[in-house]
Design a protein around this ligand. Structure first.
Ligand code: PEP
Ligand code: MN
Length: 350
């Protein structure tokens, strides 16, 4: 931490800052320049981060040296992390391919979609049982029945499953059925929820909030990691913008930006980022080219009848065509789509 003093700071004020730093058990290294005095603080930055030093008279600026996300940062873990979801790997050259409908709508439909995406090469099945809807009158999800359908269909087709949890009180039940727990964009800063999923042993798919900075996203990951759960996969799903031409603004630079700052894998979700099927394939490929560790895509066999997010669903044939291109892109870049290990999945079966 570096403390920059105002040019008008008096000797008493400088001495007071030094005293405050030392009272926290840290060392202060004073450096007097021609115009400004700076104090280098030596010791655990976490201690001083919580102290409101900028409030001390004479202090112009307090500049942290380390990122506030200790465990999510590359300082803590220089090598990229690989997250294993019941045999499917994200990171370290492995791509996780998540596909399925926005919401679980019933067993038959789920089964048909799962069969199609599995055939196309998806390795994780998705489907929301608890849906975060803007309107309280919109379909809210099938709750536990939906979880059961998702899990059963996933097992039938040899795919681990991911599904969203919105309420800390439901974490236990969701963890019982899911191989990976999704924290949706709207809940990225629900700190109680993050703490709860951090206490489980399930990998977490943490979606970036629609107005969250990279630092906000990594601080949310930190909540999960700090509870002892090291298996976090980040997800770029678009941020708010002024332009209705796309549902959100797909921030492809978030992928290399996250990789520069953190060891955690990051995937892209071009479905929620763009909101339109004709925009999804280009953005999915751009995400992989940018270094994403996976792609999350909504697929529905009859989008016009979908209970949620129908207008952005790819048809199974469109998904299969995209997967052919993703595979080629991955090969070109020396990466591969992680194969599902049926053995591991069977061991995990309940
Ligand atoms: C979803 O995955 O269906 C979803 C609601 O995503 P997000 O939280 O990114 O909007
Ligand atoms: Mn959706």
């Amino acid at each position: 931490m570096i403390i920059v003093l105002e040019s008008q700071a008096t000797d008493d004020q400088v001495a007071h800052v030094v005293e405050r730093v030392e009272s926290l058990g840290l060392k202060a290294h004073l450096s007097r320049g021609t115009f400004r005095t700076i104090i280098g603080v030596i010791g655990d930055e976490q201690i001083i981060r919580g102290a409101p030093l900028a409030a001390i008279p004479g202090v112009a600026e307090v500049i942290p040296v380390l990122p506030p996300y200790k465990l999510a940062s590359k300082d803590a873990h220089p090598q990229p992390s690989v997250v294993d979801v019941s045999g499917v790997k994200f990171g370290g050259g492995h791509l996780g391919m998540i596909a399925g409908p926005c919401a679980v709508e019933g067993e038959e439909r789920m089964d048909a979609i799962a069969a199609a995406v599995a055939k196309a090469g998806a390795n994780i099945l998705r489907g929301g049982a608890f849906k975060p809807r803007t309107s309280p009158y919109a379909f809210q999800g099938m709750a536990e029945e939906g979880l059961k359908i998702l899990r059963d269909v996933g097992r039938r087709h040899g795919m681990p499953v991911v599904t969203e949890v919105m309420d800390p009180r439901r974490v236990e039940i969701v963890a019982e059925y899911a191989d990976m727990i999704q924290i949706g964009a709207r809940n990225m800063q629900n700190f109680t929820l993050l703490t709860e999923v951090g206490r489980t042993d399930k990998p977490v798919l943490l979606k970036r909030g629609m107005s969250a900075t990279m630092e906000d996203l990594l601080m949310s990951a930190e909540y999960i990691l700090s509870q002892g759960n090291p298996n976090v996969v980040l997800c770029e799903r678009g941020v708010k913008s002024f332009d209705p031409a796309t549902r959100n603004l797909f921030d492809v630079a978030a992928v290399p930006a996250a990789k520069h700052l953190s060891h955690l894998p990051i995937i892209v979700d071009p479905s929620h980022a763009t909101g339109r099927p004709h925009l999804i394939p280009a953005c999915a490929l751009a995400g992989v080219a940018a270094g994403a560790d996976g792609v999350h895509i909504e697929v529905h066999d009859c989008p016009e009848r979908a209970f949620s997010d129908g207008p952005q669903a790819l048809l199974p044939a469109q998904y299969a065509e995209l997967m052919t291109k993703i595979r080629a892109m991955a090969k070109l870049l020396g990466r591969e789509i992680s194969a599902v290990s049926p053995k591991e999945l069977a061991c995990d079966a309940r």
